[in-house]
Structures are given as structure tokens and as C-alpha cells.
Write a protein that binds this ligand. Structure first.
Ligand code: BYC
Length: 335
């Protein structure tokens, strides 16, 4: 009896030593890959905290794409022409595709899509603050495309170089599609801005409402961003929240002139000393209220997502039944 217990204890000690060695080798490889600015792939060893951070960011990003379909889908049936309707439909479908690439990337980290979806509809998961604002007029389709997709590109181009392979690769395609989205938004605003005085006013009003929420998409100011430093050390994020926000303001300042509209911020200026664009103060209380679930549309967005999930149950059941049938057929054929 005693001999058996001793054998078990020896075997456990050997396993634990082997695991420690594996972890040490894995950590050394991980550190080398990050230092060389190369890529970590799903089967590589990675620190638990790195996995957790990636899962957090990628799943939030996926949820944003899916919830982000709602404000624009709201206008598909009211688009002013067949051409505009077709373009908007294609854009909203692209966002669904982005969600799918990102859920797939997150799944490579060991989290099931069912679990991510369950967290979202239970209100436990975050998604971008921007999608909790209402799309009130057709001009909002222009402002969302120009400002929201514009901010998304500015944030996501550096993510194409994220150290986690599946995330970086998903971002390459997403960014190409976002560029088309931004141009279609710009073009909607350009047409309205050169239309009747009422149309121009509608475009200006939409830009006025979406400007500050779009700036908040980049996240809290650097002093108040608990995750940035570590995410930058791991080459997930390449620039801080404030750096990207400043770049974005610089881009928009040029483009708004071409539109013949203005940005609702009289404090925008280029700081010659820092060589950075600066903007007026943002209402960070509002940002935190939206993150806490108290934005103008939080409840409605989640409710709609729940309904869509319930409505889609039959599709998931049918797909699972079909897959089971196919797998049975394959087995019968092989036998
Ligand atoms: N909204 O330490 P920080 C699209 C949270 S969709 C909500 O700076 P991090 C589109 C943050 O999660 C594209 N939450 O965090 C789709 C953290 O909370 P937790 C959406 C925000 O991760 C359809 C806490 O605040 N883009 O383009 O270093 C139609 C502290 O922040 C927000 C992405 O998802 C926010 N705005 O940096 C049209 C980009 N900001 O998790 C268009 C990918 C911060 O600790 N994500 N929080 O509880 C990122 O680049 C980064 O995660 C962020 C935040 C820059 C957003």
C-alpha cells in the first residue's frame, strides 16, 4: 500500500517537473517571438494572461461587429433609392462577415462561440460604446460610414500587425472592407452636403451627433486605460488610445473641408511642439454611463440581439441535424 502511494507521489512530482519545464520552454519561445515582432499561432504556448487579453479584445470586437449591424439595418427599408439600398445591404452583410471572422479567431483561443454569444445576450460582455446611439435620419448612414468606419479603420490598420496570427490576418480583410464602407459614408454626406439647404443641415446634424461618440471608440484617455500598457508590450496594440484618436482627428479635419461641413469642435488644432492633433474635451462621464449599460440604446440593442438569437434557433437546429446526417452517411459509406 505504502509502495503504491510512494509510486503515485513520484509520478506526480515527475509530471509537475515536466510541466514546469514545458512552461519555461514555452515562455522562452513566447518572449523570443514577441521580441522578434513575429507571430504567435493557436497551438503555440502562450501565457494565460495573454490568452485572456486576446479573448477579451477579440470577442468584444466580434460582438461590436454584430451589434453594429443594428443602427444601419434600421435604414435598409428606408434607403432613398434602390442603389442606396443595395449598397447598404452589402455593407451590413460585410459587418456580419467581420463578426464571423472574429468569432472564429476567438475560438482558436479555446472559447466556444456559444459561450461568447451567451455572454453577449446575458448582458455580461462588452461591445463598442458607439452602437448604443440611435440612427435618426438617412444622413446618419453617411455619418456612421464616414466617422464610425473611419475610426474603425484608424484603430484596426495597426491591428493587422497584432502578434496573434488569427487576429492580425482577420484584420487585413476587415480593413479592406472598412475602406469601402468609409467611402460610401463619405459619398452619402457629400451628396447631401451639395443638395438642398435642408439636406445639408441634415448631414451637418448627423456629423454633430456622431463626432464625439466616434472619438470615444478609441477607448478612455491613456491615463485611464488599464489594459493599454500590457497590450502594447505584447504587440497586440501598436499605439495608445490617445495617439490613435489624435491621428483620426487629423484625418477628419482634412476630409470635412472637402465635404463642405464642419466638425462640432472649435478646439481642434495641430500642436507644432508635439506634432500631434488636439481636440476639445470629451464627456467621459457619458462614456462610462454607456459602458455601464445606461446609454440611449443599450437595452434596445440587447433586446433585438436576443430576439434574433431566438428567431434563429431553427436554423441552428437544422444545420446541426444536417451535419449529423452527413457525418452518418460518411461513416456508412466508409464501412
Ligand atoms: N466601447 O484599457 P482600455 C465597427 C473598455 S466595429 C466599449 O483602453 P483596451 C463597425 C475596454 O474594453 C469595430 N468599451 O482597453 C461595426 C476595457 O474594459 P474591460 C469595433 C470600451 O482593450 C458595424 C475598458 O474600457 N472596434 O467598426 O486596451 C458597423 C478599459 O479600456 C471602449 C473594436 O472593437 C469602447 N469604445 O482598448 C460599423 C476594436 N473603449 O474589457 C462599424 C478592437 C474601451 O477591461 N478593440 N472600452 O472590461 C480595441 O482596439 C481595444 O479593445 C480598445 C480598448 C481600443 C477598444
Amino acid at each position: 500500500m505504502e509502495a503504491n502511494a510512494q509510486r503515485d507521489a513520484d509520478s506526480q512530482a515527475r509530471d509537475s517537473q515536466a510541466k514546469d519545464r514545458q512552461d519555461a520552454d514555452g515562455q522562452a519561445n513566447f518572449d523570443r517571438v514577441i521580441k522578434e515582432d513575429s507571430r504567435i499561432e493557436p497551438k503555440d504556448w502562450m501565457p494565460d494572461a495573454y490568452r485572456k487579453t486576446l479573448l477579451r479584445q477579440i470577442s468584444q470586437h466580434a460582438h461590436s461587429e454584430i451589434i453594429g449591424m443594428q443602427p444601419e439595418a434600421n435604414w435598409i427599408s428606408r434607403a432613398p433609392s434602390l442603389k442606396r439600398k443595395a449598397i447598404l445591404m452589402a455593407k451590413v452583410q460585410d459587418e456580419a462577415g467581420h463578426g464571423l471572422y472574429l468569432y472564429s479567431a476567438a475560438e482558436t483561443l479555446g472559447q466556444s462561440r456559444d459561450k461568447m454569444t451567451a455572454d453577449l445576450i446575458a448582458g455580461k460582455a462588452r461591445y463598442s460604446s458607439i452602437f448604443n446611439y440611435p440612427a435618426l435620419t438617412w444622413a446618419d448612414m453617411g455619418a456612421i460610414g464616414w466617422l464610425v468606419d473611419g475610426a474603425a479603420i484608424c484603430n484596426q490598420v495597426p491591428l493587422c500587425r497584432a502578434s496573434y496570427g488569427p487576429y492580425g490576418r482577420a484584420m487585413v480583410r476587415v480593413c479592406k472592407e472598412e475602406s469601402f464602407h468609409q467611402r460610401q459614408g463619405f459619398e452619402i454626406l457629400l451628396e447631401l452636403a451639395h443638395g438642398t439647404p435642408e439636406q445639408k443641415q441634415m448631414a451637418q446634424d448627423a456629423v454633430n451627433r456622431w463626432y464625439a461618440p466616434a472619438l470615444m471608440m478609441f477607448g478612455p484617455p491613456d491615463d485611464d486605460s488599464p489594459n493599454s500598457r500590457q497590450s502594447m508590450a505584447w504587440n497586440i496594440k501598436r499605439f495608445s488610445n490617445d495617439e490613435l484618436r489624435s491621428r483620426f482627428v487629423g484625418m477628419m479635419v482634412e476630409q470635412v473641408r472637402v465635404l463642405g461641413l464642419t466638425l462640432p469642435d472649435s478646439e481642434i488644432r495641430f500642436n507644432e511642439d508635439t506634432k500631434k492633433w488636439e481636440h476639445g474635451p470629451l464627456d467621459w462621464n457619458e462614456f462610462h454611463e454607456v459602458l455601464a449599460g445606461r446609454g440611449p440604446c443599450n437595452a434596445q440593442r440587447l433586446e433585438r440581439r436576443r430576439e434574433a438569437h431566438d428567431d434563429g434557433a431553427w436554423v441552428r437546429e437544422a444545420a446541426a441535424a444536417y451535419a449529423a446526417k452527413q457525418s452518418l452517411k460518411t461513416k456508412e459509406y466508409a464501412a
